[in-house]
Design a protein around this ligand. Sequence first.
Ligand code: ZN
Length: 239
Amino acid sequence: MHLVVRPAPALWLFLPPRRRCASFVVSYDGSASLGHVVQAVGIPLTEVAAPDVDGARSDVSHRPHDGAVIELRPPPRPQPLPDGAGFLLDVHLGSLARRLRLLGVDTAYGNDAEDAHLVDQAGRERRVLLTQDRGLLMRRALWAGAYVRGHGADAQLADVLDRFAPPLAPWTRCSACNGELADVPKQQVADLLEPGTRRCYERFARCTSCGRVYWRGAHGRRLDAVVADALRTRPPWRS
Ligand SMILES: [Zn+2]
């Protein structure tokens, strides 16, 4: 028994080179679900929309018949975030975490987290786990997750914004700890500032969690540049 798999080009990065083509055949035991077949070829279920079987919309719990043609495509973009959900980033995505926080996106990040802890935290805190580790996305217990495309934080940020279109609120969140920022009068933080900063800036905010001080100006320009770049960059894999 066999199945014919037709993956959209946007999914080819998950496949071994010999299968990066419009169509390939896999052997089939007659009892596995579509979801099992999809993950067995290397594609996490978080990265596919409901598949078509012989041209009709199906779902991943379906058991296809011998010789069925399975069409796979990525989820449509933007993909709605589960209500109120933030993100949880794995250990390799620290630069992306800081950028998302600069834009005010609720982003948890732990630099010592093990896989099982990440999966547990994502479910407990209702966060979408962002990672470039396919094995992590294939864990059964995962509440919600997504593969981050791109090398480097700028490309990765463009991908996340394009995929989920999260609401942005620059200048509201601490890039170091994800805490919320609150405006603070200059005299309250004057002792913490370098003389040059004290001289040049008037508007300050402080993280309500870790106490880190932010000032408009240098940070503001950086934020503007991050936002402008992110919105201008259309990911090359966007079909
Ligand atoms: Zn903080």
